[in-house]
Design a protein around this ligand. Structure first.
Ligand code: CA
Ligand code: CA
Ligand code: CA
Ligand code: CA
Length: 450
């Protein structure tokens, strides 16, 4: 990341401070203020307030009470402007965050170390993405403005009948009648799109079923596992291997649906906020794949971030190249694979300038065909945590965030990416070998929105 670009991101973060005014007034003790005075000053400076007690003699901090009936906001503003006062604020209620963790009732959740690592099976406690802490704020599904969040999973196919998956459907399309009912250029695209055969009939696939469950298996439904999102919808698009032409057609479907949503204010298309690609061309050189790499900029311009799995071999992508994870687009987030000990899986690639962050990808429990559940390992399993995280952050109950996202989809997508990067847990195993030096942490990224 260039220094200029980093400054740009910092600037975006600064503006983001005002995105969530609803949350700027947390619950507080009525009529009480905490005031920090300059040296040589104290409660005498504010004779209309009653000093309750001194909280720090060294820092000159006092708990004070306003006179009965005083308007809190007006008083606070005046006191903040008073000479001799350094800081003044409400006396907010504070809750023990640990006790608030939102844990779903899915029976296999205890084996999902990626979401909540308790040290099960020899893991390192807290080597996880802090999902229960993040779910205190939102469990995904809708934006603050009521948009249904959709993640396009481009893979080999999917089990369309798995009872633990949240699957998107194109309700404007009538399946199987040979007509393009919604006039979007795709015939019978009711379940998604199959870019292998250019039709709406999706093949089954264990890899795609597993990846989709990590994005958004149904949470708290008493069955199986839970995804990063409990309710967001997966748009399955088949087209993760074979020829590059298939991959381009696959991405183009996700882009078309989001562009239609943007241009119709949500009346048409789908609110695709992220794509997931757990495939690629090992050691591919981006210069030879200009159209594939440029798809990420086109998707980004529409507001879509794309999570991409890097190679499953112990290589430095900065040196060797890889497609897509060496593509230059800022809207493509490249992901490597971490273990339950917070180490980089030694069969996963890295790169100080090319691979952005790590996410859990080793022995990940998720959905498998025919209603099954099971473990898989690979960068493929790491990446959907990031794609799911994009949708989870956009479900944060902040009207300002979603307003900004709709008025500036591309800029706000980069802001979300910045939250993901800045919220990572720094790990020795990733420092110096990835852009962020860290592993995804949903909760810390969510706190950056506030
Ligand atoms: Ca944790
Ligand atoms: Ca159609
Ligand atoms: Ca049709
Ligand atoms: Ca479930």
């Amino acid at each position: 990341m260039s220094p200029t670009y980093h400054r740009f991101l910092l600037l975006l973060s600064f503006f983001a401070l005002s995105l969530c005014p609803v949350f700027s007034q947390s619950p507080h003790v009525p009529g009480q203020l905490i005031v920090m005075f300059e040296p040589g000053h104290g409660p005498d400076l504010l004779p209309e307030l009653r000093p309750e007690r001194q909280l720090s003699a060294r820092l000159r901090i006092w708990l004070m009470s306003l006179p009965p009936g005083a308007d809190e906001a007006t008083s606070l503003r005046q006191i903040r402007n008073q000479a001799g006062v350094i800081l003044a604020q409400y006396n907010h209620y504070v809750q023990p965050r640990q006790a608030l963790q939102t844990v779903p009732n899915d029976p296999d959740f205890g084996d999902q170390w990626d979401m909540n690592n308790t040290g099960q099976n020899g893991g390192l406690p807290d080597a996880d993405i802090d999902a229960p802490e993040a779910w205190d704020y939102t469990t995904g599904g809708l934006t603050a403005a009521g948009d249904t969040l959709v993640v396009a999973v481009i893979d080999g196919g999917i089990d369309l009948n798995h009872p633990d998956l949240n699957l998107w459907k194109n309700h404007a399309e009538i399946p199987g009648n040979g007509l393009d009912d919604d006039n979007n250029g795709y015939i019978d695209d009711y379940d998604g799109w199959d870019a292998y055969d250019s039709d709406g009939s999706l093949p089954g696939d264990s890899h795609g079923t597993h990846v989709s469950g990590t994005v958004s298996a149904r949470g708290d439904n008493g069955l199986g596992v839970t995804g990063v999102n409990w309710h967001a919808q997966v748009m399955p698009i088949a087209g993760s291997s074979g020829q590059e032409a298939v991959v381009v057609e696959a991405y183009a479907y996700a882009l078309e649906m989001r562009m239609r949503y943007n241009q119709s204010q949500g009346a048409e298309g789908a609110f695709v906020v992220a794509t997931n690609s757990s495939f690629g061309v090992d050691f591919g050189q981006p210069a030879n794949f200009p159209i594939w790499c440029a798809m990420y900029d086109s998707l980004g311009a529409a507001g879509i971030l794309s999570a991409a799995a890097t190679m499953n071999n112990n290589s430095d992508v900065d040196q060797t190249g890889d497609v897509p994870t060496a593509c230059a687009s800022p809207y493509m987030i490249s992901v490597t694979n971490t273990t339950r000990q917070d180490l980089r899986n030694n069969g996963a690639a890295f790169g100080l300038t090319t691979i952005d962050l790590g996410a859990p990808g080793t022995q990940i429990l998720s959905t498998l065909p025919n209603g099954n559940f099971g473990n898989l390992t690979g960068t493929s399993m790491a990446t959907p945590h990031v794609a799911g995280a994009v949708a989870l952050l956009l479900s944060y109950p902040c009207p300002g965030l979603i307003q900004q996202y709709k008025s500036d989809p591309a800029g706000t997508a980069l802001l979300i990416r910045d939250y993901l990067f800045d919220g990572t847990d720094s790990l020795p195993a990733l420092t110096g070998s990835t852009v962020t030096g860290g592993r995804l942490n949903l909760h810390q990224s969510m706190l950056l929105i506030e």
